[in-house]
Design a binder for this molecule. Structure first.
Ligand code: NI
Ligand code: MN
Length: 228
């Protein structure tokens, strides 16, 4: 059973049965609801970034440099990280999958902004995405930052655990996230990308009520670990 830890916002840590440690969308030091800092993390094997916005990418380069973890993201983000001295890199892109030691990762479409944040990142933009991760016999979907998109219907019945933004304003809000649950029909849905700032404040328990019996909703507090 893989262990999933929410660190607030869209940041999740994963530890597989085989002991591989993965972090998705690391936003630690400037994330007001995060329970860990870059300084706290010494051992890490893989860093996955859905897109280049500050609140998903800010600590990817510092963590990659500190731990030597492999950065896995779109070609453009990985290319930019290469200009910043990160050497352990794996570029991929939307629709493509690859098998890594922790499991299989495939990038999915997301409808969102393409900026890559960072010093000297001017020429870099990317298509934002999400990740479908097969690990320890389960499939996890991290939607990234996205609007409700009909592409999610392609995932129907194929996802065990869906991590969906509910914050509204920058991404889907709760109503559209419930429609995403209808599209995907996951076993479990975990809300994310809310509560970080006032503009994306949401009540995750109201979301759970709205999801009802369409899926089991697991509401995590930052720092909480859940096994799947
Ligand atoms: Ni974003
Ligand atoms: Mn975001």
């Amino acid at each position: 059973m893989a262990q999933l830890t929410w660190h607030g916002h869209a940041t999740f840590g994963l530890k597989t049965d085989s002991g591989h440690r993965v972090i998705i969308d690391p936003f630690l030091d400037d994330n007001p609801r995060c329970d860990v800092s870059v300084e706290d993390i010494d051992e890490l094997d893989f860093i996955l970034c859905t897109h280049g916005h500050e609140d998903h990418f800010a600590d990817a380069i510092p963590l990659a440099k500190k731990t030597g973890a492999m950065l896995i993201s779109t070609y453009e983000i990985v290319s930019y990280a290469g200009t910043q001295g990160v050497q352990n890199l794996h570029p991929m892109h939307i629709g493509g999958g690859h098998r890594f030691p922790f499991g299989h990762a495939k990038m999915t479409p997301a409808l969102h902004g393409g900026q890559v944040a960072g010093e000297g990142a001017g020429p870099y933009t990317t298509m934002p995405g999400g990740f479908l991760l097969d690990m320890d016999g389960k499939r996890l979907y991290h939607a990234g930052d996205t609007a409700l998109i009909v592409d999610m219907q392609l995932l129907r019945g194929r996802v065990d655990v869906a991590l969906l933004p509910i914050g509204d304003n920058f991404t889907m809000g709760p109503e559209d996230a419930v429609r995403a649950v209808e599209f995907i029909e996951p076993g479990v849905v975990i809300p994310m990308h809310y509560g970080t700032w006032e503009v994306i404040d949401q009540d995750p328990h109201a979301f759970a009520d709205a999801v009802g019996d369409r899926a089991r909703t697991v509401v995590l507090e930052p720092g909480a670990t859940w096994e799947f």
